[in-house]
Design a protein around this ligand. Structure first.
Ligand code: ATP
Ligand code: FE2
Length: 328
């Protein structure tokens, strides 16, 4: 069985191909800026512009013909509506042309389920991406959220600070680089509330500190990472303790950060838990994770075919714990 996975919820147009559980292509083209953040309509135009090229690249790499494809999975949300609509229209066209079913996939759950590739069995998941920051574990039919950000996602938080410092989008990798050169720890507000965290106060504080010109950007970047990642590690550790689970799995683009990975590893080692993290190309938005989850869902009969294809719609605000997990 061969499946296409289309990712288009935000900055990235990604197309992955899966064959019998094996990822055989994972091509993408991301909307980036030198200055300033993501403009949804511009990102949507970007996805429209690069769609055919990315698809061709993925097919060429695998020497697969579109006619060989058995299903097309699509991330239907959550995400930016203009971007989601590009994917929806293109996937409907493809599905009708090929006479193949669509598997509608929740983007956040795809970020979590791709973790199966690491062979983690029953982990606590730390999902850290642009819009989302959640500590999750699977139980009785749903991905349960144990704790989350009360305001903004950690990726958006980092990107917002980076933008303020004149860095383009995405800011995460540049902040990581800067942080590696920063040695001086500057005290920032630490904001854990039970199992949740809050980031907007820290963001304001960081901006004020930058504005004051009393601190080097590299030291602020270093202190940002040390403080906010410690908050994430603290809630993840508490979830491990409460649930009695002994595996931690990272997911989402911010999990590419090597300092966050290191801090999680240390915590896991100290409490005798196992640490799991997929490779960077599977952490950031990508089509392979959509194809991967699509195949799992299709095998359980979850698909939309024939005339019903017209009814497939985007879900820009769908939450991780709204989704009935019928494939596990
Ligand atoms: P969501 O999954 O919540 O809808 P998203 O799809 O926009 O959000 P991802 O592609 O999973 O998010 O992750 C993108 C985020 O990851 C950006 O905010 C980016 O700055 C951040 N990021 C990428 N690499 C790093 C890094 N090395 N350190 C910190 N953050 C990073
Ligand atoms: Fe994402």
């Amino acid at each position: 069985m061969i499946g296409l996975g289309i990712e288009c919820t935000a900055h990235t147009l990604g197309i992955g191909i899966i064959r019998n559980g094996k990822i055989i292509a994972n091509e993408k083209d991301s909307y980036i800026t030198e200055k300033g953040g993501i403009i949804p309509m511009e990102a949507a135009k970007h996805h429209e512009r690069v769609f055919d090229t990315v698809l061709e690249k993925a097919l060429k790499k695998t020497k697969i013909n579109l006619r060989d494809v058995d299903f097309i999975s699509l991330s239907i949300g959550p995400g930016l509506a203009p971007c989601l609509l590009v994917g929806l229209r293109r996937v409907k066209e493809l599905a009708k042309k090929l006479g193949k079913p669509i598997v509608p996939v929740n983007h956040c759950i795809a970020h979590l389920e791709i973790g199966r590739i690491t062979r983690a069995k029953d982990p606590v998941m730390l999902y850290v991406s642009g819009a989302n920051t959640q500590v999750i574990a699977y139980a009785s039919g749903k991905f349960r959220v144990f704790g989350e950000t009360l305001d903004i996602g950690v990726g958006n938080f980092i990107d917002n600070f980076a933008r303020y410092a004149g860095i383009g989008f995405p800011g995460g990798p540049v902040i990581q680089k800067l942080a590696e050169g920063g040695k001086k720890f500057i005290e920032l507000p630490y904001s854990v509330k039970g199992m949740d965290i809050a980031l907007s106060g820290i963001l304001t504080n960081l901006k004020q500190k930058l504005e004051s010109k009393k601190y080097a950007l590299k030291d602020l970047a270093h202190s940002l990472q040390e403080t906010v990642f410690a908050m994430l590690v603290e809630t993840a550790e508490r979830a491990l303790a409460h649930t009695d689970k002994c595996e931690l799995l990272l997911g989402g683009g911010v999990a590419c950060n090597s300092r966050l990975q290191e801090m999680c590893k240390i915590m896991c080692k100290e409490r005798g838990a196992k640490f799991f993290c997929p490779s960077n190309d599977l952490l950031q938005d990508n089509g392979a994770m959509i194809a991967f989850l699509g195949e799992i869902m299709l095998k359980k009969g979850i698909k939309i075919s024939g005339k019903k294809i017209e009814s497939v719609d985007i879900k820009p605000r769908q939450r991780t714990d709204d989704v009935e997990v019928r494939w596990r």
